[in-house]
Design a protein around this ligand. Structure first.
Ligand SMILES: [Zn+2]
Length: 103
């Protein structure tokens, strides 16, 4: 059976915290909307500038407490926006099967 060469382009995104590169569907998008709202974008399709976080909880914690998202989105996150991301982080921590990796 002859197979044609696969020309499947998989979009890749860099986690703004650990700088590792992941297939797009394995990262989480944080978006700054044209109105300046920064929020988690579960659809990955919200309009605006995006920053990407991998599924590593440690990266989320650093993103919530540090300035990674401010830098990536070229904005200043408000306390309310940070709080909303913290909530998403807590939700993820509570998920079963969450493995913590060190390294
Ligand atoms: Zn990461």
């Amino acid at each position: 059976m002859a197979k044609k060469g696969r020309r499947k382009h998989i979009p890749q995104r860099t986690c703004v915290v650990c700088r590792r590169i992941f297939p797009k569907r394995e990262v989480n998008r944080i978006v700054r909307s044209p109105e300046g709202e920064v929020h988690y974008d579960p659809t990955g399709k919200a309009p605006g500038r995006g920053a990407y976080l991998c599924n590593d909880i440690a990266c989320w914690e650093k993103a919530v407490t540090g300035n990674f998202l401010d830098r990536a989105l070229k904005t200043k996150l408000t306390p309310a926006q940070r709080a909303a991301l913290q909530e998403e982080l807590e939700r993820r921590k509570a998920l079963p099967g969450q493995t913590s990796r060190s390294g």
